[in-house]
Design a protein around this ligand. Structure first.
Ligand SMILES: Cc1cc2nc3c(=O)[nH]c(=O)nc-3n(C[C@H](O)[C@H](O)[C@H](O)COP(=O)(O)OP(=O)(O)OC[C@H]3O[C@@H](n4cnc5c(N)ncnc54)[C@H](O)[C@@H]3O)c2cc1C
Ligand code: SF4
Length: 449
């Protein structure tokens, strides 16, 4: 096995790879590779990798159990801290978290913690083994709104504690961005859906196609349940407000189509992606892998300010994607709706703005036309609209919660991306929120009725 992700990625052939373009990027470890890798772990006392994991999985303990062949026990150790261990094994930015903290990283290669975790989770789901069962009924009922990682984690933890949980989801499939937003190269849809099925086997009732706030109302949920947890994620992609914007494709929908209807997704030959965060990187990767000859990301600030992880940026450059910094889109050029290019102005960076980053200042007379036959917009997501509709207190547009994950409305709790006013949003943070919120809700229901 090549030890680091870097080494493995250099082995991946340049896209497009006919028929294999949209498959999971990294292969699973073999039994032998997992045994060799787990034997390298020093089993550190007070392990820094565990501290660095937002869900605090006891990493040396689960690795030790791999090395002794106890994969079920290893799975239990992972799932006790993180019910969505299979998703997190694939999507976590491990370079920034557990593997980044591994003591072996300084002079040797960090332990491949993510891939070992995936090895264990694949075993558990492959064997169709349920590690946990529903707890003895408390008679209490909790409604959860949104079935992404935060909602699933909260639902599963509450079910383990014996509460009756109903999970409301407005889409036709549960799983949130794990099902619809994370590219197949990182996480196949089946992995997300297997975790949804596991949570349902804990007795959680799933109601898809239910847009809470429309039908049913939150007031209705408050009447019929003992507590409500909002895990609604974020909204749609914001508007750029430039002429011709109606001919720009939405990045989230672009990724969703690549996951659920790849044969229906028309990818241009010369694609421009607006944005430089992780979603933009994913859109650019999809475009390259589905055959675009040239893909250019356009970002109005510099490399220093881009929000994508450094390893993702390195990856997309190796995919052959160009990044054009300090350029701001001002107009889409098209002929009867057929996109011809994106006009941009060059930018100089000024004093920090309200986001704390240098304010982009257009340079007069610096317009450049970037030829393109397809433009995709990946500039983040709008704040959760349900917050204002319910009159909840917010912080920078995100739902404000206290240390118990309770909103300004008593009995309504919230977690995941919809409360992430600080720090970067990630799946593992959402899972941790769901777990901690479940504990708070449990305390409230059991001890204070
Ligand atoms: C393109 C993209 C790629 C990403 N890649 C990574 C990655 O590689 N690694 C990583 O750690 N993180 C990644 N993230 C971030 C990660 O996906 C999120 O942090 C995580 O999914 C947040 O979970 P959540 O449960 O809070 O919200 P979501 O996953 O957004 O789930 C919210 C759910 O609530 C539902 N909902 C919303 N409103 C209602 C309503 N009124 N009624 C009923 N249901 C409702 C939605 O349909 C959705 O299913 C990525 C995000 C994007 C957009
Ligand atoms: S820091 Fe590295 S070597 Fe130490 S326990 Fe964690 S994975 Fe093992």
């Amino acid at each position: 096995m090549k030890d680091t992700l870097e080494e493995q990625l250099t082995d991946i052939p340049s896209p497009p790879v006919p028929g294999a373009a949209l498959q999971e990027l990294l292969p699973p470890l073999t039994e032998h590779e997992a045994a060799v890798e787990s034997a390298r772990c020093l089993m550190c006392f007070d392990a820094p990798c565990t501290h660095a994991c937002p869900t605090h999985i006891d990493i040396p303990k689960f690795i030790k159990k791999i090395s002794t062949g106890n994969l079920l026990g290893s799975g239990r150790t992972i799932l006790e801290s993180n019910l969505l261990g299979a998703t997190c094994a694939r999507v976590c930015p491990v370079q920034e978290l557990c593997e980044g903290a591994c003591v072996l990283g300084a002079e040797h290669k960090p332990i491949a913690i993510g891939r070992l975790q995936r090895h264990v989770m694949d075993h558990i789901y492959g064997k169709k083994r349920d590690i946990f069962q529903a707890g003895r009924s408390t008679g209490k009922r909790v409604a959860i709104v949104g079935s992404g990682p935060a909602g699933l984690s909260c639902a599963g933890e509450l079910a383990k504690l014996g509460h009756g949980v109903t999970l409301y989801e407005r889409r036709s499939l549960a799983g949130g961005l794990s099902t619809y937003g994370i590219i197949v190269l990182r996480e196949p849809v089946e992995v997300a859906l297997a975790e949804v099925a596991m949570v349902r086997r804990l007795g959680v009732r799933l109601e898809t196609g239910k847009d809470v706030g429309v039908d049913p109302s939150v007031a209705n949920l408050q009447k019929n349940f003992d507590a409500v947890f909002l895990s609604v994620g974020l909204g749609s992609t914001p508007e750029l407000g430039i002429p011709g914007e109606e001919f720009i494709l939405d990045g989230l929908q672009y990724i969703e189509a690549s996951k659920h209807q790849p044969s229906q997704l028309r990818v241009g030959r010369n694609v421009v992606v607006i944005g430089a965060g992780n979603t933009a990187i994913d859109c650019a990767t999809i475009a390259r892998r589905l055959g675009a000859e040239r893909v250019t990301m356009v970002y109005r600030r510099s490399e220093h300010e881009m929000t994508a992880y450094a390893h993702e940026y390195d990856f997309v450059k190796r995919e052959g994607v160009h990044v054009w910094f300090l350029a701001q889109p001002v107009k889409v050029h098209h002929e009867n709706g057929v996109v011809r290019g994106l006009e941009c102005v060059r930018i100089s960076l000024g004093e920090p703005d309200s986001s704390g980053r240098p304010a982009p200042k257009p340079i007069a007379g610096s317009s450049v036309l970037l030829p393109a036959d397809q433009i995709v917009k990946a500039i983040g997501q709008n704040r959760p609209s349900l917050a204002s509709r319910l009159g909840l207190e917010t912080e920078k547009g995100f739902i404000r919660v206290n240390d118990e994950f309770e909103t300004s409305s008593p009995g309504i709790f919230a977690g995941g991306d919809c409360i992430r006013a600080k720090g970067s949003a990630s799946t593992v943070m959402a899972v941790q929120d769901g777990k901690l919120a479940a504990r708070s809700i449990h305390q409230r229901l059991v001890h204070y009725g």
